[in-house]
Design a protein around this ligand. Structure first.
Ligand code: SAM
Length: 257
């Protein structure tokens, strides 16, 4: 086994049960394309290959080549590159596939940048299944009225239904990370929100700017009387905090500002 590089978030999965469970939760067909981010030593890759779909894996660390070389074949390509600097659109342009799936036991130091990067590529991604830090999973999947509910929750929800599938103990990795982990699944939303995306994203960012402040304080640059009309419609008063509002209320507010 190579010496794991902490700076690259290398915590390799060693628990076969977890590997099977992740693999069971992503189900591309043979004519689909599956992208894996950070295959490492191929712990997950080997099982994903049994799905017989085409695969592209992005791994930044060329020291892992000895482990990954023998997984390469005419259906699986390994690209040694920083995922954030990759050109996925270009890399997949000659591949004929039906649906696109993405999977990865993500390097935790860049979890959110990777997910935002993938979303901004504007590829039509069917499902994504990721291992993330549990705390991050809780923020991504939080419900209104809970302290983890934040602008990132609503940002992701705009594109995907995000659910936490199961927890993963730190004992399932080598080396053992400091934090607990969880598997989350993103499924493309069937219907998009009826909003102006830029207005909506600015509204949710502004609304959650200062967590302890009321919505009114965070939105001091907005015409709050108009917003209050919407709040009243939902039996909410002017002292409400952003974390108490669900997507529907933000959607309505974004339409009148
Ligand atoms: N999939 C393997 C497993 O489950 O055992 C490894 C997971 S490990 C948590 C994260 C992997 O992502 C490492 O192999 C690491 O080298 C790779 N990685 C880190 N930063 C990366 C980046 N910017 N682009 C692509 N891969 C990266």
């Amino acid at each position: 086994m190579v010496k794991a590089k902490k700076t690259l978030g290398q915590n390799f999965l060693i628990d076969q049960n977890i590997i099977n469970k992740i693999s069971d939760n992503i189900n591309p067909e043979e004519d689909d394309l599956l992208i894996e981010i950070g295959p490492g030593m191929g712990a997950l890759t080997k099982y994903l290959q049994q799905k017989n779909c085409q695969m592209i894996c992005y791994e930044i660390d060329t020291d892992l080549k000895p482990y990954l070389n023998n997984l390469e074949n005419n259906r699986t390509k390994i690209i040694y590159q920083d995922i954030l600097k990759s050109n996925i659109k270009e890399d997949i342009k000659d591949i004929k596939y039906h649906h696109l799936y993405i999977v990865g036991n993500l390097p935790y130091y860049i979890t959110t940048p990777i997910i935002k990067y993938l979303i901004n590529l504007d590829l039509d991604i069917q499902e994504m299944v990721f291992m993330v830090q549990e705390e991050v999973a809780d923020r991504f999947t939080a419900l209104p009225g809970t302290s983890n509910y934040s602008s990132i929750t609503l940002y992701l929800k705009y594109y995907y239904n995000v659910i936490k599938l199961f927890k993963v103990s730190k004992k399932c990795f080598n080396p053992m990370p400091k934090v607990e982990s969880a598997i989350i699944k993103f499924t493309k939303r069937a219907t998009k929100l009826d909003v102006n995306k830029e207005v909506y994203f600015k509204l949710i960012n502004d609304s959650f700017k200062m967590k302890r402040k009321t919505l009114k304080n965070n939105l001091s640059n907005y015409d709050f009387d108009k917003i209050l009309d919407v709040l009243n419609k939902y039996q909410l008063d002017e002292n409400v905090r952003a974390e108490q509002l669900d997507e529907e209320v933000f959607q309505e507010i974004s339409k009148i500002i």
